[in-house]
Design a protein around this ligand. Structure first.
Ligand code: F0G
Length: 358
């Protein structure tokens, strides 16, 4: 039998997940059992069409390439690892969908039970399927995300055995900040602008923390402007008050009272950036543009970052990164509602060539 070729640098090519790869920046010790699915190292895709429109270099950080299809995995690997270290047996979260899918997957990997509370009727099909197939106890509530989070906080307060794995759990933010490290490590520089959707506001908080840590440790020498975007019907930070009945096509960010509100405002102000609103129409345009022109399929909420870029004046010649937070296949109904599914034709050469005008 021929001997297998082993590349000398093979070991360095194996990505071990964000906790091992960025261990020195994270609150872990030898005692922490690292629960990983190999998350992180997501593609940073150059976007020629957007770059041309903006006369800038635009990159897409495609977080849909994570193991459960969203950026939540970066924080969940750490939150679940720490919950396991602390001896927790059950984790719980409120979710618009992606957090529940990620929590369910990592909990299953660790052997912990997982309970998720989701708003009935407002969760994309792919996400619901994931939470169920990974084996979580899924409870649909007759209310919205904000109400679900309130109940989850109470569950966490009233039982020491239950760990809350929403982004109010600081380990989630710690894990998610590795997205900023990866952008700098891949680009070899700090972007001038960082465009990001804002829902519960954990991710903008996490990215800003990551950018600041690399800067403070001398790894990088500048900081980006943080450009956050909420859906217009769910834009409490932009409006400056809680939205009791948030509404948007982008169900992932259908949130009226974000848990990390203050730290999002801090990220905006410290970085000299903005948090603005994008209409559902603008989100859907960006969503379709990304798939048709850049060949990147993300979910509607993710496209809020690009919708924001399209309506923002940025310095010509600058570098901008837009985070695309979740995979397009999470929400197949959203895609199908934007196109018309073709009718079936006869299974003959004649029928097909007639359709094609040959
Ligand atoms: N994009 C997607 C695809 C999301 O799922 C979320 C949040 C966000 C953006 C906003 O990020 O909350 O950190 O500001 N989803 C949460 C969930 C709320 O339950 O899956 P954020």
């Amino acid at each position: 039998m021929a001997q297998e070729m082993v590349r000398p640098d093979r070991e360095r090519m194996i990505w071990r997940g964000v906790v091992e790869e960025y261990r020195s920046f994270l609150p872990v010790s030898e005692r922490t059992p690292v629960i990983t699915l190999g998350e992180g190292k997501t593609p940073l895709i150059y976007a020629p069409e957007l770059s041309s429109i903006k006369s800038a270099d635009v990159y897409l950080k495609y977080e849909g390439a994570n193991p459960t299809g969203s950026f939540k995995d970066r924080g969940m690997t750490l939150a679940i690892s720490k919950a396991a270290e602390e001896g927790s047996q059950t984790v719980v979260c409120a979710s618009t969908g992606n957090t529940s899918a990620s929590a369910a997957a990592y909990a299953a990997k660790s052997g912990m039970a997982c309970v998720v509370l989701i708003p009935e009727g407002y969760i994309a099909l792919g996400k619901l399927a994931q939470a169920l197939i990974y084996g979580a106890k899924v409870m649909q509530i007759k209310g919205n995300f904000d109400q679900a989070l309130q109940i989850v906080r109470e569950l966490g307060d009233n039982s020491e055995k239950i760990t809350v794995v929403n982004s109010i759990n600081p380990y989630r933010i710690e894990g998610q900040k590795t997205g900023a490290f990866e952008i700098i490590d891949t680009l070899g520089r700090v972007p001038d602008y960082h465009f990001i959707p804002v829902g519960n506001a954990g991710n903008i908080t996490a990215y800003w923390k990551g950018y600041k840590e690399y800067f403070q440790k001398g790894v990088s020498s500048s900081l980006p402007k943080m450009m956050g975007f909420q859906a217009a019907g769910a834009a409490p930070i932009v409006l400056g008050h809680i939205v009791e009945h948030p509404e948007t096509i982008a169900t992932a960010i259908r949130i009226g009272n974000p848990a990390s509100w203050e730290s999002a405002v801090q990220a905006r102000d410290e970085s000299g950036g903005t948090i603005s609103a994008v209409e559902d129409r603008e989100i859907l345009e960006a969503y379709k543009f990304l798939a048709a022109r850049e060949s990147v399929f993300c979910e509607p909420a993710s496209a809020a970052s690009v919708a924001g870029l399209l309506k923002t004046d940025i310095e010509p010649g600058s570098v901008a990164v837009c985070v695309l937070t979740g995979h397009g296949l999470k929400d197949p109904d959203a895609a199908i509602s934007q196109i018309s599914v073709p009718e079936a034709v006869d299974a003959t050469y004649e029928a097909i060539s007639r359709e094609l005008g040959i």
